[in-house]
Every structure is written in structure tokens, then in C-alpha cells.
Design a protein around this ligand. Structure first.
Ligand SMILES: C[S@@+](CC[C@H](N)C(=O)[O-])C[C@H]1O[C@@H](n2cnc3c(N)ncnc32)[C@H](O)[C@@H]1O
Length: 320
């Protein structure tokens, strides 16, 4: 019996990714509503495991603008023993955003603007690797400086979701780095960046003293290129089949003869996994398995579509 309703927030242009994931994992769920990046489903099981939504949880329902404040108060009253954090979506009004870091036991009330007069409300338990609070995004979108690429936002959101703090002077291996949004993010935070990409990097990166560009494809990188570094972070954002990327990493990092291991101090790996005609949902489990078999000895922490992701999701893994 389908008696519950779940809501999912996706990048509207790529909602087919979520629909396909649900069809594969929960074929009996029934879609109820789809608008402006919001999808709701009638379900039996509310304990779902989803990659292609950047927020999801239990539906509360629709509200007119005039009733919104009263509706929010009634939800807060219902869960008065919990800290309820408001998280607005599709809404540029900065005054609406609450900027607080919730406790693990908090609830997140997602308020999604559908049009000028309609808002949808849904609630989910705050989770370290689950909740992307919107003030992280509104901060980023309000940065007015030119950026090399939108990938800047991807790494910013990915780090926020990981809960990790990066430290100045740490070293990043940025694979598939051009034009340089991700490299630039780390350079702005005073980390050292070694970028691997045959394509041209933005002058915002190349002019920086903490930046090194190895202008080669990943396949041509050997121990000799990397042995003088000690990487704390690896970021991969290549527009190639993810399974092929992992097999190339295997050749690079599984080399028994490599004496100085540039990954001895690795803290984490961020991998933008791009879906292609050949790499579809059904291949994700193989990718995760192959990645954890690398000698880097990685444990996968989250696999989530970020608000800035397109036909892709972010995978975050740390050494065991
Ligand atoms: C989505 S873009 C990366 C955006 C970049 N991370 C940023 O922050 O601006 C994908 C990149 O993958 C690079 N790429 C494709 N094949 C590659 C390979 N075999 N080795 C390294 N980079 C590759 C492309 O040159 C392209 O710059």
C-alpha cells in the first residue's frame, strides 16, 4: 500500500536522472507532481537511498504565500521538541534564509517556491552528508568576481556537504582541471594546486604562485610527475566515462614500484561522476566497487547530486 508522500528536489533540466533512479530502485513508487525541480512520489517505504536529488524527505504540502508564515509556525509547533531549520529553495530573498549550523538532531523544513503565490513544504532530518543548507549556495552565487568556471560552486557545495574544513598550504591534485573553477577555489583558500589537464587553464589560476599546471592528459601522468608532491586532496572532474577514469587511476596509483607515495597524507577524494550514453545508473555499483578496490584504500562517504551538478553527481571518499 502506497500511503506516504516523499518530495525530491532536483536540477529541473535533469529530473529524468531521478526518475530513472527511482524506476530502477523503487519501481512501485508513483509520481504525483513535477514542477520547477520539485517531484513528489506516493510511496510505501520512506527510508529511501537516493543519489539524484539534492534534498528529499516527507511531503507536508502546498501553501499560498499569505498562509506560509502560519504554516511554518504550525510545523514548528508540531515538532516543538526539535530545532527546525528553514531551508528556502528557488528563492532569492536573502531575508528568508536562516544562517545557522544545526545540531545532528535538528529537522530541516525545505520551503520550495513554485510560483509567486505557491510554496511547497517538506521536512527531513538534518544529516551531515544529507543536507545542503541554502545559505552555502546564496553566499556563493553572490560572489561577484569572475570565475574560471561553474565548477567553483561544485567544489564549494561538495566540501560543505562533507563537513570538512580545508587548511591553507594543503596540496590538491586537480584532475580534469581546465579552465579552473575548482583550482581557483582552492587557490583562493591559500592551498597549493597541481592541475592535470591538456587544455588551457584560466589566467586567474596560471598567474597564481601556488599553482602548477601539468599540461598532459591523465593517461600520460606517471610517478615521476607526482612523486615530489604530497597530496591532501584529489579532485576529479573529467568529461570521460567514469569507469575508464578509475581504470586509469588504477594504473597510476596501484604501481608497486612507487617509493614516495604522493597520497600518504590524503584526506579525501571528490569525484564528479558524469552520466553518459554508456555510463548509466546500472553501472554505478560497479564504479563504486572499482573505486574502493584501488590501493588508495577508499571508503565512500556520499554519492549525491549537488545543486550545481548537471548530468552528474558528486562522490566523496576518504582513506580508510
Ligand atoms: C568539466 S571540464 C572540467 C572543469 C574543471 N574541473 C574546472 O574546475 O573548471 C572537463 C575537463 O576534462 C578534461 N579532460 C578530458 N579528458 C581528459 C584526460 N584524459 N585527462 C585529463 N583531463 C581530461 C577536459 O580537457 C576538460 O577541461
Amino acid at each position: 500500500m502506497l500511503t506516504n508522500y516523499l518530495y525530491f528536489l532536483v536540477n529541473d533540466q535533469y529530473k529524468k536522472l531521478l526518475k530513472d533512479e527511482i524506476k530502477l530502485k523503487y519501481p512501485h513508487f508513483k509520481i504525483c507532481y513535477s514542477k520547477n525541480g520539485l517531484l513528489t512520489y506516493k510511496v510505501d517505504d520512506i527510508d529511501v537511498d537516493i543519489i539524484f536529488a539534492h534534498a528529499y524527505g516527507n511531503s507536508i504540502g502546498m501553501s499560498n504565500k499569505s498562509e506560509l508564515t502560519a504554516k511554518i509556525s504550525s510545523v514548528r509547533k508540531k515538532f516543538s521538541n526539535k530545532n527546525v531549520i528553514l531551508n528556502f529553495h528557488n528563492c532569492n530573498d536573502q531575508d528568508l534564509q536562516e544562517q545557522q549550523d544545526p545540531q545532528e538532531s535538528a529537522l530541516v523544513l525545505d520551503v520550495i517556491k513554485i510560483d509567486d503565490d505557491h510554496f511547497f513544504l517538506g521536512i527531513h532530518p538534518f544529516g551531515k552528508y544529507r543536507t545542503i543548507l541554502n545559505y552555502h549556495q546564496s553566499e556563493s552565487k553572490s560572489e561577484s568576481n569572475p570565475l574560471p568556471s561553474r565548477a567553483y560552486y561544485k567544489i564549494k557545495e561538495a566540501l560543505a556537504l562533507s563537513g570538512e574544513k580545508i587548511n591553507k598550504k594543503e596540496c590538491v591534485l586537480d584532475i580534469g582541471a581546465a579552465p579552473g573553477g575548482i583550482s581557483y577555489f582552492f587557490l583562493q583558500h591559500k592551498l597549493n594546486v597541481v592541475a592535470v589537464d591538456a587544455a588551457e587553464m584560466s589566467p586567474l589560476c596560471t598567474s597564481h604562485k601556488n599553482f602548477t599546471h601539468i599540461a598532459l592528459p591523465l593517461e600520460k601522468i606517471t610517478d615521476n610527475h607526482l612523486s615530489k608532491y604530497s597530496f591532501n586532496w584529489i579532485v576529479i572532474d573529467i568529461n570521460l566515462d567514469p569507469l575508464y577514469v578509475v581504470s586509469t587511476l588504477k594504473k597510476l596509483f596501484n604501481n608497486e614500484h612507487c617509493t614516495n607515495k604522493p597520497t600518504n597524507k590524503l584526506r579525501g577524494l571528490f569525484f564528479t561522476v558524469k552520466l553518459t550514453k554508456n555510463f548509466t545508473h546500472s553501472k554505478i555499483p560497479t564504479l563504486l566497487k572499482n573505486l574502493t578496490k584501488l590501493k588508495l584504500k577508499l571508503k565512500i562517504i556520499y554519492t549525491r547530486q549537488l545543486p550545481s551538478n548537471k548530468s552528474e553527481f558528486m562522490l566523496y571518499a576518504i582513506p580508510i
